[in-house]
Design a protein around this ligand. Structure first.
Ligand code: ZN
Length: 254
């Protein structure tokens, strides 16, 4: 199984080799490692060099951070073109929700949309998928940009959105991932029933600390097995069959 969204550079790097070995020994075939800014993008590319078969690398700028300055943005775009062969996609990109109030006192929403659309154009040009942080009302806004720029390969990570927006996302052919939250949160359990099986991915967003039954446990790709078990129950499908479908989906996009 493959973790479709993880922040590998945010784990203690002194133990990363042991961690990756342990994950691999326990059935984790790989991860989609996303970046949060320019420095993080260099770090992910370095990790990709060290673990080329385990990591599918994505570089980008996280939307809950202040927008990148022009120099950093262009350096990131140059990096996408230069490192194209090392990359599986672009991310994490999108629009701010949780820090919106604070960010919009200093920056305008248009600035964030501009940055998002700049990345989307690059993704389109390089034929790369995007890992999107676009939830609630921002999911709808990101959809408008995707449609406007005719982007076909997109993954809405840890999606939370109205039923109508979710519908629009899946009918546009985009992928959606769920996290360990699907095991203990009704909102996510309802959402997952709206996603066609062939567009469903699983992720941990590690090292993000999850709650419920996972509140005492470190978030790692090892939680993917539990996510799959929960999904098999919710969707009334056999574990192995589901595993195969999700794995196929992840490889198809990433
Ligand atoms: Zn993330």
């Amino acid at each position: 199984m493959i973790d479709a969204h993880i922040h590998l550079d945010q784990y203690d790097q002194t133990g990363i080799k042991e961690m990756i070995n342990k994950w691999s020994e326990n059935g984790i075939a790989g991860v989609v490692a996303v970046s949060t800014n320019l420095k993080s993008s260099y770090d992910i590319l370095k990790l990709k060099q060290e673990y080329p078969n385990f990591i599918r690398a994505a570089i980008g700028h996280h939307p809950e951070e202040p927008p990148p300055n022009t120099r950093d943005l262009y350096e990131l775009i140059d990096l996408v073109h230069q490192e194209r062969k090392q990359l599986a996609g672009i991310g994490e990109i999108g629009l701010p929700t949780y820090k919106k109030e604070e960010l919009y006192t200093k920056y305008s929403e248009e600035q964030f949309i501009d940055v998002l659309e700049t990345f989307l154009r690059v993704a389109k040009k390089e034929n790369l998928p995007v890992s999107l942080h676009a939830v609630h009302e921002e999911a709808k806004k990101a959809l408008i940009s995707l449609k406007k720029l005719k982007v076909e390969l997109a993954h809405f990570h840890w999606l939370k959105a109205s039923a109508s927006t979710v519908n629009e996302i899946v009918s546009s052919g985009y992928f959606v991932s769920v996290t360990p939250e699907v095991c203990y949160r009704e909102r996510d359990q309802l959402l997952v029933k709206q996603i066609p099986l062939e567009q469903l991915l699983i992720e941990t967003d590690g090292p993000w600390q999850h709650g419920g039954p996972f509140s005492e446990r470190q978030t790692t790709p090892l939680l993917l097995k539990e996510i799959t078990t929960c999904l098999a129950n919710i969707l009334h499908i056999r574990y192995n069959e589901l595993l195969e479908i999700i794995c196929h989906n992840t490889k198809q996009l990433w």
